[in-house]
Design a protein around this ligand. Structure first.
Ligand SMILES: [Fe+2]
Length: 202
C-alpha cells in the first residue's frame, strides 16, 4: 500500500501567530507531499529493480528511500506534536523522565532549542526514546535520517529546514524555535512516550 499525505488535525491558520497559515499550508501541501511522493517512487523503483534483476542504481535508490521515508515520518510526527492550545510543560511520567535525564525541563528545553537552532544545513532537533538503554535523549538530525541512533524513536521533533520557517521568520531560526514552544502538544508527546516505553529490544 502506498504512503499518503495525512490531513492536519487543525486549520492552516490555527497555529498563528506562532506559525503562519501560509507557511503551514505550503509546508504541508508542498514539502511534506513531496516526501510522500518520493518514498512511493523509491519503493516502485526498487520493485522494478527486483523485477528486472537490475540493481545498478541500488545505492541511489536506498538513499532516496531512507531520505523520503524519514521525511514523511518526521513531518507526520511534527504536525501531531503541535496544537493550537499547546505550550506549557509536560506533566506526569514524561515530566519526571525529563527531569531524570536532563536535570530539569528548562535544561532539556535549552538543549533541544540549541540542537535545533545549530543544525548545519538542513535537519531537525528531536527528543528521542532509546529503548535498549531505556532513556531519553536529544538528537540533532541531519537531513531527515542522519545522526540519530538506530533504535531511537522520536517523540517530539522540531523542523530546522529553511522551508519550515523562512517565510515568516526569515533568517531568524532561533526566534522560530523559541516560538514553537508555545504550540507543543505535550499530551501528544506524553502518549508517544508511553507507547515507546513498551518497546523491548532484548
Ligand atoms: Fe519540513
Amino acid at each position: 500500500m502506498a504512503y499518503t499525505l495525512p490531513d492536519l488535525d487543525y486549520d492552516y491558520g490555527a497555529l498563528e501567530p506562532y506559525y503562519s497559515g501560509e507557511m503551514l499550508e505550503l509546508h504541508h501541501d508542498k514539502h511534506h507531499a513531496a516526501y510522500v511522493k518520493g518514498v512511493n517512487g523509491a519503493l516502485e523503483q526498487l520493485q522494478a529493480a527486483r523485477d528486472s534483476d537490475d540493481f545498478d542504481t541500488i545505492t541511489g535508490l536506498q538513499k532516496k528511500l531512507a531520505f523520503n521515508l524519514s521525511g514523511h515520518v518526521l513531518h507526520t510526527l511534527f504536525w501531531k506534536n503541535l496544537a493550537p492550545d499547546g505550550g506549557g510543560k509536560p506533566e506526569g511520567d514524561l515530566a519526571a523522565a525529563i527531569d531524570e535525564y536532563f536535570g530539569s525541563f528548562d535544561r532539556f528545553r535549552r538543549q533541544l532549542s540549541e540542537a535545533t537552532t545549530t543544525v548545519q544545513g538542513s535537519g531537525w532537533g528531536a527528543l528521542a526514546w532509546e529503548p535498549l538503554g531505556q532513556r531519553l535523549y536529544v538528537a540533532q538530525v541531519y537531513d531527515h535520517q542522519d545522526n540519530i541512533g538506530q533504535s531511537s524513536g522520536p517523540l517530539l521533533v522540531l523542523d530546522a529546514w529553511e522551508h519550515a520557517y523562512y517565510l515568516q521568520y526569515r533568517n531568524e531560526r532561533a526566534k522560530y524555535v523559541e516560538a514553537m514552544w508555545n504550540i507543543v502538544d505535550w499530551n501528544d508527546v506524553a502518549q508517544r512516550f508511553d507507547r515507546a516505553r513498551g518497546i523491548d529490544l532484548e
